[in-house]
Design a binder for this molecule. Structure first.
Ligand SMILES: [Zn+2]
Length: 393
């Protein structure tokens, strides 16, 4: 146990003469209380005191306090080296050597400047390179069973109800087409499940773990089974290449990190859960889209399906989007509308397209080496059309 002495003897010099006065000092949390000779008590607040001390345990401690605006100082000299320890004990950090304090100020300014200079680029790199790299490697190692769970969660959050099984006729056709496509990937680990959303949106989505949602609106603009096969092949590739899983994990990591940075720990879970349901999570990068196009077209060719169908459907989707935007712009009289449409409303922005994309598909389709066999030749494709509607619960 340490004895606490909060009273010390000191020599006091008033800065005007060389006369030494005997003083008593008492340490308090806010400052020193001085009794000099027979005079009444005076207080020296710590902030007004300059400490000069060599740091040696046996050296006297000098405390100075400026007198008025000039260079004159009144001084206390304390022989008892325990004074600094005790001062630190009762008011930690209040008395630091003057030079030390000044150097600290310079140092902290320097550090602040460095922080201002380097933190934004650092965060930018974490954001644009670190998170994707980290989450991509996480996504690569997520077990398929987890992806399936993730996919189910996202589907529920997005659709707000469960999607019905496709009717038997539709199911048979989907099974037939996807069977032919997936036959070309015999060792893939996913059990694909295709839902048909009855809505009129011209859209299709690939969720982690093998869930594909095709909207009736998209089926209604296909003219042949080959066109639908083109969309399915593309969506299968998003799953096989784990694009959806990567996108969602990236989104989750970003919002979790953001919540932590903002310091809203309560909001972390909420925002993480909320992010899972955002369609933006399924927003693929351009390179992912190109990968899915390339893989999809390879699949179509390997399955012996006429590649012209895939080219045609992507052409149609591109036109469809333009038409939709033009209609909306007309209806609202807002020519700038295109820029304001939320990303998720556009099929071709969840699937960003453009002429170059169709051109690439066209070019890839020329790699065909064998005569394609017609898909479902006995089927009247018109029988796949359905009046769009809402999900019946
Ligand atoms: Zn896509």
């Amino acid at each position: 146990m340490q004895t606490r002495i909060y009273e010390f003897e000191a020599a006091y010099f008033d800065g005007k003469s060389a006369v030494r006065h005997v003083a008593k000092i008492r340490l308090t949390p806010h400052g020193l209380i001085l009794t000099i000779a027979q005079h009444s008590e005076r207080t020296w607040p710590y902030a007004s005191i300059r400490l000069n001390h060599s740091g040696g345990a046996r050296d006297p401690v000098r405390l100075e306090r400026p007198l008025g605006s000039g260079s004159a100082v009144e001084t206390l000299v304390i022989e008892d080296a325990r004074f600094l320890e005790q001062a630190h004990d009762i008011a930690p950090g209040a008395l630091v050597p003057f030079l030390h304090r000044a150097r600290n100020k310079v140092l902290s300014r320097f550090l602040l400047l460095m922080a201002l200079l380097f933190i934004p680029p650092f965060l930018y790199v974490v954001w644009t390179v670190g998170i994707p790299a980290m989450t991509d490697s996480v996504a690569e190692n997520v077990p398929v069973a987890w992806e399936e769970k993730l996919g189910e969660t996202v589907l529920k959050t997005m659709i707000h109800s469960s999607l019905p099984e496709p009717d038997p006729e539709m199911k048979q056709v989907l099974d037939e087409i996807s069977g032919q496509l997936l036959h070309t990937f015999p060792n893939q680990p996913y059990t694909f499940k295709i839902y048909v959303h009855p809505g009129k949106m011209v859209n299709a989505m690939a969720l982690p773990g093998g869930t594909i949602v095709v909207f009736q609106g998209l089926i209604n603009i296909t003219a042949t089974p080959e066109e639908l096969a083109g969309v399915l092949a593309h969506e299968f590739q998003h799953v096989l290449l784990r694009h959806s899983t990567r996108g969602i994990i990236r989104q989750l990591a970003t919002s979790a990190l953001l919540a932590i940075l903002v310091g809203d720990s309560n909001g972390v879970m909420n925002s993480v859960l909320g992010a899972a349901g955002q369609l933006e999570s399924l927003h693929f990068s351009r390179s992912m889209e190109t990968e899915a196009d390339q893989g999809g077209m390879k699949m179509i060719l390997a399955a012996g399906i006429d590649p012209a169908g895939m080219v045609r459907i992507f052409e149609k989707l591109q036109k469809e989007e333009r038409r939709l935007l033009a209609d909306l712009a007309n209806a609202t009289g807002d020519a700038e509308l295109e820029k304001k449409i939320p990303e998720w409303m556009k099929y071709l922005s969840t699937h960003p397209a453009g002429e170059d994309r169709v051109a690439l598909l066209q070019e890839l389709s020329r790699a065909s080496t064998r005569e394609p066999q017609p898909l479902l030749p006995k089927l009247d494709w018109q029988s796949m059309y359905r009046e769009p509607g809402k999900i019946k619960n």
